[in-house]
Ligand binder design. Structure first.
Ligand SMILES: C[S@@+](CC[C@H](N)C(=O)[O-])C[C@H]1O[C@@H](n2cnc3c(N)ncnc32)[C@H](O)[C@@H]1O
Length: 314
């Protein structure tokens, strides 16, 4: 049965920013169904005693409100906000979904300009799957925007998408937060960030209690996080732990990027084009940066061994 949309559908170019419109025989219906399923999954993850009455909720990276539109009934009793970097999506939401939904155009990097501690629930669907340098600052910004004990639902990917993005089987031991397609534009799908459960627990777990991880829904893993009362910088959030997988993951990211660079060169070569010098240089810079961190770590480990040996010598 075809659902009659209560709110207008966004134009195709806005819908296609958030999902592959071409893959469906009825793209409008798919847009509605996937959004409705996403809402249901969010609601399923909330605590049993949760009620929306009087709450403030933020959809971070809302696009043109694919999920938010399904919260219109709850928006009668709660305040719903959507934030996105895309001006056209936010403008469309202002014209077509407000009221009941409030919208906010955010910048590339925080802060957001909304009040500290003002949200009870924030969710980010398919956003941290693409954030690279912005990932830690944005996670901490959402932490700032949540009230004490507030909830954050975030999707992340890797386990179910490794073959697609990295052309290799998933192996939890060589993935931390591994970034692929680092410089790909949002219009072309954006960067792909693979995250493993252990890495999320170790790093995001410093700012949030990991309440639940739902391993797979819509090809994502879903984390329900509760804000911890801590004050962290991005460096503190990202600093490698003692887990040996931290550096194994960085080393593997170097391999992944080198493979990606070769694939890009081949792809361009087949199209009788040459990979732009700038693009190749961006890859090489990223690889060099990872290698620098690994060298520093090896040097640090070497120095620690040398000083332990010196202490042992009579
Ligand atoms: C793959 S889409 C998902 C959209 C929406 N959550 C959904 O599930 O339909 C990712 C969205 O994140 C938005 N985004 C990227 N960087 C952002 C940022 N710094 N602040 C807010 N939104 C951002 C993009 O513009 C895009 O709309």
């Amino acid at each position: 049965m075809t659902e009659e949309p209560a709110l207008p559908l966004p134009p195709r170019e806005l819908a296609s920013r958030v999902f592959a419109v071409e893959g469906w025989s009825d793209a409008d219906q798919a847009y509605l169904t996937l959004g409705a399923q996403t809402k249901e999954q969010i609601v399923r993850m909330l605590p049993d005693d949760w009620s929306f009455g009087g709450k403030r909720v933020l959809d971070f990276g809302c696009g043109a409100g694919r999920t938010l539109r399904h919260f219109a009934p709850e928006a009668e009793v709660a305040e719903f906000w959507g934030a996105d970097i895309d001006g056209a999506s936010i403008e469309w939401m202002r014209e077509n979904m407000s009221p009941p939904i409030h919208s906010w155009q955010s910048a590339q990097l925080p802060p957001m300009g909304l009040e500290h501690g003002s949200f009870d629930l924030i969710y980010a669907i398919s956003v941290f799957t693409h954030l690279t340098e912005g990932s830690a600052p944005w996670l901490l910004e959402l932490h700032r925007l949540l009230r004490p004990g507030g909830l954050l639902i975030v999707t992340y990917m890797g386990r179910w998408n490794s073959a697609w993005f990295a052309h290799e089987p998933w192996d939890e031991n060589r993935i931390g937060m591994n970034v692929l397609h680092h410089n790909r534009a949002w219009e072309d799908g954006g960067p792909a960030v693979l995250i493993s459960d252990w890495w999320l627990r170790e790093h995001w777990g410093r700012a949030f209690e990991v309440v639940e991880i739902v391993p797979e829904f819509h090809n994502f893993s879903w984390a329900l996080l509760r804000r911890r009362d801590v004050d962290l910088t991005s460096e503190e959030l990202m600093a490698p732990s003692d887990d040996p997988r931290e550096f194994a993951a960085m080393r593997h990211n170097v391999v992944q990027l080198q493979r990606e660079l070769v694939r890009e060169r081949d792809h361009h070569w087949q199209g009788h084009e040459i990979l732009m010098q700038g693009q190749a240089a961006e890859y090489e810079a990223r690889i060099a940066e990872l290698e620098r961190v690994l060298r520093e770590r090896d040097r640090g480990a070497g120095e620690r061994v040398a000083s332990a040996l010196r202490r042992l010598r009579p």
